[in-house]
Design a protein around this ligand. Structure first.
Ligand code: HEC
Length: 176
């Protein structure tokens, strides 16, 4: 029966030190929990440290469609290019302005002497090169395409060559 006087002292806090500890913990523990909760909520939107996983470019990369359309200049199959196409693609750089002494497109005087050589010889010179005229004008064409370009250019300079038609030339042996 000697326990009665102790009854009002029961409880975890018995000393002033324990009281101090209880006060400190009562403050620190909730603040720590709140801080951790805030950190947890925010972390949902964060990538790893130093990671750019959520950068707009990285996201775009990940959700990129499997196939992408690439727009390219249409290049015709070898042998199917017409004289005008070849001229514009390869020959105009010199013959358009008469660079390096090239007979200028549409210049009857410059072409008159050359037309007399005939389409075949002119084509041969254009294919193999002729003085400052580089082989194929530096291009990579099928011979009949060069022939068409020569006819196209020479005709603009007053010749009456027949430009080998594109459809007939395909598959057929190159007319010379
Ligand atoms: C790098 C400049 C250059 C390019 C590109 C070029 N030519 Fe020429 N071409 C010349 C020059 C320079 C001459 C004059 C050569 C000479 O008479 O001494 C010439 C001459 C010619 C001649 C006359 C040859 C002769 O026997 O008189 C023909 C035909 C010709 N070029 C066709 C072409 C064709 C077809 C192309 C395009 C596929 C082409 N050239 C692209 C510079 C060029």
């Amino acid at each position: 029966m000697s326990q009665a006087p102790q009854s009002h002292d029961e409880g975890p806090i018995q000393t002033p030190q324990q009281l101090m500890l209880a006060i400190v913990l009562a403050f620190v523990v909730p603040v720590t929990i709140i801080a951790l909760l805030v950190n947890y909520v925010n972390s949902a939107a964060k990538g790893g440290a130093g990671s750019s996983a959520l950068a707009p470019e990285a996201v775009a990369q990940r959700i990129m469609p499997v196939a992408a359309v690439k727009v390219q200049a249409v290049t015709a199959a070898p042998g199917s290019r017409g004289g005008e196409d070849v001229y514009k693609a390869q020959c105009a750089s010199c013959h358009g302005a008469g660079a390096l002494g090239a007979p200028k497109y549409g210049d009857g005087g410059a072409w008159a002497a050359r037309i007399g050589k005939g389409l075949d010889t002119l084509t041969d010179h254009a294919v193999k090169g002729f003085n400052a005229m580089p082989a194929q004008g530096g291009g990579d064409f099928v011979e009949v395409e060069i022939k068409r370009a020569v006819a196209y250019m020479a005709n603009a300079g007053g010749a009456k060559f027949e430009e080998p038609p594109v459809a007939a030339a395909e598959g057929a042996s190159e007319a010379k």
